[in-house]
Design a protein. Structure first.
Ligand SMILES: Cc1cc2nc3c(=O)[nH]c(=O)nc-3n(C[C@H](O)[C@H](O)[C@H](O)COP(=O)(O)O)c2cc1C
Length: 147
């Protein structure tokens, strides 16, 4: 399967998880590539919004900002065409250890918007960067999202 992993990442955490996911997807026999969303410094507008054409499945990955999904990913979601039952995995990373400090809200935002675009959403979950279980959380996200 040809899979696009669309990542917004500022300090590399989300990208690190995406790299592991890509590795596992390739090991499972898929073609998987990472494409990056880029925004201006104040996160007010997108500088790069990768096309999702040509991918049979997608993953969207973003950090949590200000207790919700990072703004560049919110802006990116607005650019989406109909996803016509395409499989779209989602995960987020956040600094704080509890999901109610933004992670749950960010995932809900992604899920709701993707379902509006008719995607078949697969929940990867949250990686809490300051948690001692971080490694395990990364493994869980990767396990859930490799088709
Ligand atoms: C502007 C800003 C706001 C943030 N707000 C939150 C927050 O509300 N809750 C949280 O747990 N972490 C918050 N963080 C931390 C990031 O979510 C966390 O470090 C994330 O893993 C960064 O991912 P990245 O390295 O891929 O950019 C914030 C970081 C930034 C820069």
């Amino acid at each position: 399967m040809k899979i696009g992993i669309v990542v917004y990442s500022e300090t590399g955490h989300t990208l690190e998880v995406a790299d592991r996911l890509q590795e596992k997807m390739i090991a499972a026999g898929h073609y998987a590539e990472i494409v990056r969303i880029r925004a201006d410094k104040r996160r007010m507008k997108l500088e790069e919004a990768p096309s999702v054409e040509g991918y049979e499945a997608l993953v969207l990955a973003s950090p949590v900002h200000a207790f919700t999904l990072a703004r560049p990913m919110k802006l990116y979601l607005k650019t989406f065409p109909s996803l016509k039952d395409r499989r779209v995995g989602i995960f987020v990373t956040q600094q704080l250890k509890r999901p109610f400090f933004g992670g749950n809200r960010a995932l809900r935002f992604l899920q709701k918007n993707l379902e509006k675009s008719k995607a078949q959403v697969v929940l990867g979950g949250i990686v809490h960067w300051s948690a001692k279980e971080r490694e395990k959380q990364q493994e869980t996200v990767v396990e859930r999202l490799v088709p």
